[in-house]
Design a protein around this ligand. Sequence first.
Ligand SMILES: Cc1cc2nc3c(=O)[nH]c(=O)nc-3n(C[C@H](O)[C@H](O)[C@H](O)COP(=O)(O)OP(=O)(O)OC[C@H]3O[C@@H](n4cnc5c(N)ncnc54)[C@H](O)[C@@H]3O)c2cc1C
Length: 395
Amino acid sequence: MKEKLKIAVVGAGLGGLTLAILLEKAGYNYTVYEQAPQLTRLGAGINLYPNTTQVMKAIGLLDQMLAVGNRPESWLNREWDTGRVYFAQLEDEWEEQFGAPHLHLHRGDLQSILSNAVPAHRVQFGKCLAGLDEKGGMTRLTFTDGSTADADIVIGADGVNSVVRDILLGPELPTYSGTVAYRAQYPTKLLGDYKVGSDGAKFWSDDRHPAKEDRHLIMYYLTKARDEIYFVTGSPDPNFEGLSPVDVDHAEMLEHYEGFHEDVIRLIKAAPHISKWPLLVRKPLSLWSRGRIVLLGDACHPMKPHMGQGAGMAIEDAAVLFRCIDTAAGDYSGAFDLYRANRFERTSRVQALSNRNIWMRYPTDPTWCYGYNAMTVPLVSPARQVAAGQQATAA
Ligand SMILES: Cc1cc2nc3c(=O)[nH]c(=O)nc-3n(C[C@H](O)[C@H](O)[C@H](O)COP(=O)(O)OP(=O)(O)OC[C@H]3O[C@@H](n4cnc5c(N)ncnc54)[C@H](O)[C@@H]3O)c2cc1C
């Protein structure tokens, strides 16, 4: 059965590759279609919290990630100008409690470890999906180069501008949130003798900031050797136009962060190159699947990245979707309903919280978020969820 079922995964991003690894391990017949001609070490940093590294541990890749990434000894939530610490995250305590670490990586290194775990013949690069047609029990994928492929089920892991989503729900661009992320990564040696105050930190503005608007800067090392450093911000920019990143000069960013702590100013000044990314969002989608087509990750629940959980949710989705497919016994529509029923509430909660940018500023118990193990969490059927909801209402 597994070998006969043809699965198409659209997108070799963080969610799509995690799903591919799980399908590979279980002996499925699948192909990943990726629009890019190849994967490159472009991009930025990524924060993986215990709910995400738990999945990496289960698929056997955590040790490789720990060999290249930085497991922070400290992560400080700090006041924007004085640097006063509001809350030092309990890194060791949480690793022990949740059985998996907090980890910082270069996104390209993460993607490369994931893609190396997928046999080369399973990933087709340069395949940009343009259309899907359901015919005779199969779905035909059409790519922009005119080629086609057939599959029994299609998983849209094609990110925030998902074509699969557009096909399911009609074309609709994601919404610009009004906030941009300034980003830069570079060799730590460019900071000269200056030492930043911790392995990782978030500098939060408050009412004393003259702009009276939420803005922050997050910094951390990208490598275990701490020889590459990264920053990413959340900064209001109501006038930003377009949906793609642009390069900016230092003066613009320094103006936004005037008066911030010296770590922040030094990090900005030392950056050889800074880019500015519009942060895109969507409201929680009512529909995640139709027939043999289903969505995961940013394709169905993109969010502002302020909680560091966008990739985490895509990776959790991949794990839960795999488990639902694996127990489906041919009923894929049922499997997709089970998947959504078990993911909708959690991803919507994270989406809403991440968009508000309040997570971890002050002492926080993260158990509901970091203590979730997508590989083992019991899967509750949609019918049982409805019954539980009715009981709660009656009570
Ligand atoms: C500034 C910023 C900082 C972030 N920081 C963090 C963080 O610290 N921690 C965290 O967990 N998350 C973070 N995120 C969010 C995270 O990057 C995303 O949530 C995550 O990458 C989503 O994974 P995905 O697999 O759904 O999509 P993606 O990783 O975006 O992958 C989609 C893939 O689909 C491909 N594709 C697209 N269209 C097509 C097509 N038509 N045909 C074929 N292939 C296609 C793309 O090329 C890409 O490879 C951040 C995001 C931003 C913007």
